[in-house]
Design a protein around this ligand. Structure first.
Ligand code: EPZ
Length: 429
């Protein structure tokens, strides 16, 4: 199993090209099931999750082909994929695949829309919490699906197709909003989605569905209106830049000091996190090239944060920000409000010398003047990358084990960091 070796102490200077967003790429790929024509996705990141989802979609009947590299394209250029689901050949999504990647549960809405039936494994718990799918099922039932649970599977049918309706989510859910939009796109009649997730990935999916012929208004706001259309067609769409990758490298620069341009990043997609970095002592600016983060001289100030649905501080950046706060001059409080178990990085950060106490949903981080390298491992991709950030500022050497977590969500991490002066290498095997 690969490991990442990091020798801490170098500042980061240079440019990092931000990849296409994993959490937009996955629902966009799934949307290809909604049409028998070709959906072409550009700027698709090279990630283990993207390859796994391509395999999963293949089981349902999606032909997936990737364009080779064109002359002049470098290692950081996104890929272009063509996805064609001429026919749905299998409406079952088995446990061994759905349990490997929760987002694959979202195939349920397009399978029902296209084939009128779906048998999709319940994903089960995961490293960051229980993560139920009750709200996704509520949305599907509201639009006319009949749902049973049988032997760990959701067995659903829509004998007369989806029928428009009013869905009010009691809690903001990204997957629930994706599911509701995909189900409503070809429903008979109109659908209103209230308390919808406002994440940029939701807007990106709606933009792509609209290019495919859907009529979706209001994505990016709490109320989305979908007027059902008879059929969706092919389209070409470019995946939006990854705001979590942006925030991760921005936090790394705040941690090590230096000056890095995050090329292609969109500041509006993570303003709250950038504001927190500025409060911690980084200088953050943005223009049409991307986001620039610098930190020189002065130390890191403690900043309290609380995770929240967009436009709040993203839960997917909580672990990284905690790594930064381990070196702050004082005490910070980090409250996780989205997932109940997303503090698995705390004990590993402690192995590097961090002082963190947990009090329910809040981590109290007492900044230390020095971290020291150690072997560490993590249970999910954002936790893993928080250890990389801590290691970049630690004295000595750190080995991050279980690198497959990083490969699920960060494209070319070691190349991107070493091109900016960090001593980061992958040890194969
Ligand atoms: C998406 O997960 C992301 N995944 C997550 O990123 C991200 O952390 C999360 O949104 C929140 O921003 C992808 O986009 C592939 P939710 P999702 O439904 O859609 C509860 C990463 O590291 N809930 O918005 O599964 C749920 O338990 C990953 O890239 C229900 O109670 O998250 C949570 O507390 C991790 N019932 C809250 O809602 C439901 O039916 C928000 O979850 C659904 C969700």
């Amino acid at each position: 199993m690969d490991r990442i070796h990091i020798k801490g102490g170098s500042r980061l200077n240079g440019e990092i090209k931000i990849s296409g967003a994993k959490n937009a790429a996955l629902p966009l790929m799934i949307a290809s099931l909604l049409t028998n024509e070709t959906l072409t996705l550009e700027n698709l990141p090279r990630l283990a999750d993207v390859s796994l989802l391509a395999r999963i979609l293949g089981n349902h009947g999606v032909d997936y082909s990737l364009n080779g590299k064109r002359p002049g394209e470098d290692i950081d250029s996104g890929q272009t994929a063509h996805l064609t689901a001429r026919e749905i050949v299998d409406t079952t999504a088995p446990y061994d695949l759905v349990s490997k990647m929760r987002a694959s549960f979202w195939v349920i809405a397009p399978l029902l829309a296209r084939a009128g039936e779906a048998r999709v494994s319940l994903p089960g718990g995961c490293a960051i919490g229980t993560r139920p799918v009750d709200l996704l099922l509520m949305a599907l039932e509201t639009l006319g699906a009949k749902i049973d649970i049988d032997a760990g599977y959701v067995v659903a049918t829509t004998p007369r197709g989806f029928v428009g309706g009013e869905i009010t989510f009691p809690k903001v859910t990204v997957g629930g909003t994706h599911t509701a939009m995909m189900a409503a796109a070809t429903a008979h009649g109109s659908t209103l989605i209230r308390n919808a997730a406002r994440e940029p990935e939701v807007k990106d999916l709606a933009d792509c569905l609209n290019k495919m012929g859907a009529r979706i208004h209001g994505a990016g706001t709490p109320t989305i209106e979908v007027t059902g259309v008879a059929k969706l067609g092919g389209a070409r769409h470019s995946v939006l830049p990854d705001r979590i990758e942006t925030g991760t490298y921005a936090t790394a620069v705040a941690m090590t000091g230096g000056d890095v341009l995050l090329k292609g990043a969109v500041a509006d997609h993570l303003q709250e996190a950038l504001d927190a970095l500025a409060a911690a002592g980084a200088t953050v600016s943005s223009d049409n090239q991307g986001v620039r983060v610098k930190r020189n001289g002065a130390g890191i100030s403690p900043v309290d944060i609380e995770t929240a649905p967009f436009p709040g501080f993203a839960t997917d950046l909580q672990a990284q920000f905690m790594a930064l706060m381990t070196r702050a001059k004082g005490v910070s409080r980090i409250r996780e409000t989205i997932f109940e178990n997303r503090f698995m990085h705390v004990q590993e950060l402690a192995r590097l010398g961090a002082r963190i106490k947990l009090d329910g949903d809040t981590a109290i981080v007492e900044g230390v003047s020095k971290l020291r390298g150690a072997p560490v491992m993590a249970t999910d991709l954002r936790a893993s990358v928080s250890l990389v950030i801590a290691a970049l500022a630690a004295e000595g050497e750190t080995i991050v084990n279980r690198v497959y977590h990083l490969d699920r969500g960060f494209e070319n991490l070691e190349h991107k960091l070493s091109a900016c002066g960090a001593e980061v290498t992958r040890i194969s095997g």
